[in-house]
Design a protein around this ligand. Structure first.
Ligand code: MEV
Length: 314
């Protein structure tokens, strides 16, 4: 039975500023969505959410999943003889690219099941069609990371892959605050404040751009102490545009006090995830502090490969 996995993602730097044309840095992380496909009657189900599509009884509970089936059928790849089961470690609606990872893993596994070559280009195209259903005007950053993996610089709708040597003893700790918010709402609110204080906000956004420039140098030279400090500065800027909150700052400060190299909210903010750069020697300390807050730390590394078949041999 073919199974495929695809990674989730985090934004290391530049969220919100990217909406006004500034650069951002995103990273695929080792937290995965998995899909396995066997013979069946045209069903896609999720371990967490139940039946998403059942072609045999014309049930469509997830339009993005249905779009993937349509796109693969249109290309002559898929017939209605599959039963796909999705399992995901990626928190839903928290800014980790859960929908893109699920779409990529599903498109990949259905293509392999049907006996076709799951090229990166094909999986990218099909998963982007689904992203257009899940998100208003998606940038493509999420499915680019879930398909290709790695660390990318994103600016003005174009991507550059960064070739970074990531040390064995540095982790990205991801904490889902479990606070739900609407990305669209937060983005709209930030933009209206930008209109109210344009001279101040434009300078904050320029500082965000300068952080990305410095972060690229720190990544290229392997200066992870500096990278952590830049994450702290980036969090300060995000707080100044009102996308942190007391609950988020409590998580950020607990992790900071536990010895992380740097911590920030990631994604739209006012909830969603907090990410921290943590050395191995501080990993357990940070994890314990997160658990004391009643939350679960996800210990991640960059995923450099993107969507792929899961070998039956592990
Ligand atoms: C959300 O993950 C990232 C934002 O910058 C919005 C966007 O870029 O579409 C807040």
């Amino acid at each position: 039975m073919p199974c495929s996995i695809a990674p989730g993602k985090i934004l290391l730097f530049g969220e919100h500023f990217v909406v006004k044309g500034k650069p951002a840095i995103g990273m695929a992380v080792s937290v995965y969505a998995k899909t396995c496909v066997s013979k069946g009657v045209g069903i896609v189900e999720s371990g967490q959410l139940g039946i998403l599509v059942d072609l045999s009884s014309r049930v469509v509970n997830d339009r993005g999943v249905h779009k993937i089936i349509e796109e693969l059928s249109k290309r002559g790849i898929l017939k209605n003889n599959f039963h796909a089961v999705i399992e995901s470690q990626i928190p839903i609606g928290s800014g980790m690219g859960s929908s893109a990872a699920v779409s990529s893993a599903l498109a990949h596994a259905l293509t392999v099941f049907s006996g076709f070559e799951p090229s990166k280009e094909l999986v990218w195209e099909v998963s982007f069609e689904a992203e257009k259903i899940y998100h208003v005007n998606p940038s493509g950053i999420d499915n680019t990371l879930s398909v290709y993996g790695g660390i990318i610089l994103y600016k003005d709708k174009s991507f550059r892959r960064l070739e970074i040597k990531w040390p064995e003893d540095i982790y990205i700790v991801v904490v889902d605050s479990r606070i739900k918010r609407s990305t669209g709402q937060v983005v709209a609110d930030v933009l209206s404040r930008y209109e109210k204080y344009p001279t101040i906000y434009s300078r904050i956004y320029e500082a965000g751009e300068a952080i990305v420039t410095e972060a690229l140098k720190a990544l290229e030279t392997g200066d992870f102490v500096r990278l952590g400090e830049l994450m702290d500065i980036n969090h300060g800027l995000l707080a100044s545009i009102s996308v942190s909150s007391s609950a988020i700052d409590r998580i950020v400060w607990s992790i900071r006090e536990a010895g992380a190299l740097g911590v920030k909210v990631s994604g739209a903010g006012r909830g969603g995830i907090v990410i921290a750069l943590v050395e191995e020697a501080r990993r357990d300390n940070v994890s314990n502090r997160v658990r004391e807050l009643g939350l679960e730390p996800l210990l991640a590394k960059p995923d450099l490969k993107g969507v792929r078949a899961l070998s039956p041999y592990g």
